[in-house]
Design a protein around this ligand. Sequence first.
Ligand code: BES
Ligand code: MN
Ligand code: MN
Length: 454
Amino acid sequence: MNLAEFVEGRRDQHLAELCDFLRIPSVSAKSEHKPDIERGARWVADNLRAAGFKTVEIVPTNLHPLVYAESLEAPGKPTILFYGHYDVQPPEPLDLWTSPAFEPTVRNGNLFGRGTADDKGQVHIHLKAFESLQKANGKLPVNVKVLIEGEEEVGSVSLWDFVQRNKEKLRADALLVSDTSMLGKGVPSITYGLRGLNYYQIELTGPARDLHSGVYGGAVPNPLTILAELFAKLHDKNFRVTVPGFYDQVATVSNAERKALNALPWKKKDFEKAVGAPGYFGEKGFTTVERLWIRPTFELNGIWGGYQGEGAKTVIPSKAYAKFSTRLVPNQNPQKIAKLVEKHIRKLLPKTVHCKFEVLSTGKPWVAPYHAPIFQKAQAALEKGFGKKAVFIREGGSIPFVTQMHDTFNVPCVLLGFGLPDENAHAPDEHIALENYFGGIKAVAHFYADLATL
Ligand code: BES
Ligand code: MN
Ligand code: MN
């Protein structure tokens, strides 16, 4: 049987298998899901074996296992490392899902469920491409190494150590990742830049214990009020981050590149529809695309403290908490930025509260030229899968491994994204368009085949 028959003739089977994968609630953030994470790793390992990989290992780490596989049966051909993640974001709030997060369901040409777009659906595209190539030709056209981790959504904490201790094992001529988005529907895209991410948490303590707000109110510091005042000071009127030195290392993006990015078929209407806010704003002097892809940000991700239950409770809380993050762009240094942020926050806080400041994870931004021949091959393969020429984009999200790989081996990193920006990654009703899932298998199978002549 030839490749096209395998890719086209097995749609139902491929989809059914993806649904099996999606039913495993492999949520990396919550320890109660540890058994599901292990099941997720085993599912990936079994599927790689079924796709013809003879060397498949589940590697334990301090947190969640990663899956490594290799098929090195194409002497003289390039070696490609494929990376993805089998862990998913927590599904909450559950009541906002139209169909349950871990019961994958097809509606209107989309497959709904946690992990459909980020990243199980995209990982599965490659698994099925490998299987199709193996079944059609008896072996893979290039040497392939596969690394699928279970900690991406919690910052890939164990990965750096694994990479440093297994450099020879991971060495490859190029990295291939499908964990990003297309610019829009019908626009196949190759991503050449990602933002980095630092994630922080603070705990403010005022009074040593919760207090009656009538008995004590007016004469004691309220950590919640202080928290609100603090974050109100972190942007100026032009929506620039007020942390001194925050922008010092930001690389200037050339006029030519800004022009190219702004000329992409990016649709403001689609963006606004996906967001659904009553209005929009951002850093003065930059377009929306620039704000999303080439500018750093400071975002509050959660604040809590005090009473949140039903009815009223007159209390001055002892503590107030916040989770927040900075998205970073070249050439900001995550460690340096973390120090600047802590210093500024401590300076802004009054002496009336104690502040515990934690950096939960750091990650570097990434941008790389795309003139190596592999990028033309990628463009050609996407054209075979989608019938359209692919565009080169940058994106605002972060994938720690891409930078780690780039810094360690300095090889081309090819990011072929098959998600769409409005597919609700990390949110209720996450989905993937079936045409992109199937188009992805076709494009990726062609890509691996074409790489034999790289
Ligand atoms: N797949 C995303 C990253 C992404 C999404 C890149 C869309 C480009 C476009 C990944 O799973 C993710 O969510 N990463 C986290 C970072 C991590 C350190 C928690 C992110 O970007 O918040
Ligand atoms: Mn992802
Ligand atoms: Mn994600």
